[in-house]
Design a binder for this molecule. Structure first.
Ligand SMILES: Nc1nc2c(ncn2[C@@H]2O[C@H](COP(=O)(O)OP(=O)(O)OP(=O)(O)O)[C@@H](O)[C@H]2O)c(=O)[nH]1
Ligand SMILES: [Mg+2]
Length: 281
């Protein structure tokens, strides 16, 4: 399977991230709580150097709660400040500002020592496409200044958003990297729609998805669709299509429509709260 999506605007954004780094006090790296490994851009660590960082596990409402706790402990164990949030409901947002102040305590104390009282903290928000960067910023600022949407590539250029007198955020377009070394990473990015699905064979993707979920949480499929899981993912997909009435003229299963429906059900949480990746022991 050859999944790649690295258009020119991502190359441009990466350059902009580097050139704007000197303007910010910290970087807020948004990860997807369902796939904290695959949603971490491997290029970013090198680019960000030793800039103070806050890791956000977003979409925690769609992830398994116990797994998210494991991830929080994982980051804590590595001395990385991390919060799990839900940018739609605002869960855990009250802790963001205090955590940022904690990360920047030394810097802020120095400013106060020098008589600077109203220091404006500037943070750059980065992450893969569709992970919820703009939604996160809108939630913090209690406005909807940043455009959001349920597909990758919504934010097209960087944009400063003022939260209040002492806090400003830089929204950036989502970036991926030139080559996915691991098929699983590419697939996980596709399931969560960080990769544009218009460029992919959705039936093939859905079959891989069914295989994976059959392993990690079969009840998500049997419960939602009322099917008995068979060995063959194609048979399972067909059965789901039949149950859901995804039929074309002549009574054949509309596999394309079924594939979209299954992926959509995962993306909107209708298959339950599912985390696809856990920290290594
Ligand atoms: N369930 C859930 N959905 C979320 C959450 N955060 C964002 N979303 C949804 O995810 C989709 C993408 O959100 P955006 O904020 O546009 O994502 P982005 O990272 O700015 O995307 P790009 O600008 O394309 O890189 C939207 O449909 C949001 O409503 C969350 O915490 N939970
Ligand atoms: Mg955006």
């Amino acid at each position: 399977m050859d999944i790649q999506w690295y258009p020119g605007h991502m190359v441009k954004t990466k350059k902009e991230i580097v050139s704007n780094l000197k303007l910010v006090d910290l970087v807020i790296e948004i990860l997807d709580a369902r796939i904290p490994i695959s949603s971490k851009n491997p290029d970013l660590d090198a680019l960000l150097n030793d800039k103070p960082r806050l890791v956000i596990l977003n979409k925690s409402d769609l992830a398994d709660e116990r797994s998210t706790k494991q991830w929080i402990n994982y980051f804590k164990g590595r001395n990385i400040q991390c919060l799990d949030v839900d940018s739609t409901s605002g869960k855990n947002f009250r802790n963001i500002y205090s955590t940022i102040k904690l990360i920047l305590k030394e810097k802020i104390d120095k400013k106060i020592e020098r008589g600077i009282k109203n220091y404006t903290i500037r943070a750059m928000v980065v992450g893969i496409p569709n992970v919820g960067k703009s939604s996160f910023i809108n939630k913090i600022s209690k406005k909807s200044n940043a455009k959001t949407g349920d597909k990758p590539g919504v934010t097209r250029s960087k944009q400063w958003i003022k939260v209040n007198g002492e806090f400003e955020l830089l929204d950036t377009p989502g970036v991926l990297w030139p080559k996915f070394d691991d098929d699983k990473v590419a697939l996980h990015l596709t399931y969560t729609r960080a990769i544009k699905d218009e460029i992919l064979d959705n039936v093939e993707i859905a079959l891989k998805f069914i295989s994976e979920i059959s392993q990690i949480s079969p009840s998500s499929l049997t419960g939602r669709y009322g099917i008995e899981l068979k060995e063959s993912p194609y048979e399972n997909l067909s059965e789901i299509g039949r149950k859901r009435g995804c039929i074309v003229k002549g009574g054949e299963i509309d596999t394309e429509r079924t594939a979209y429906m299954i992926l959509d059900d995962f993306r909107s949480g209708k298959l339950g709260r599912l985390t696809l990746e856990l920290p290594e022991e």
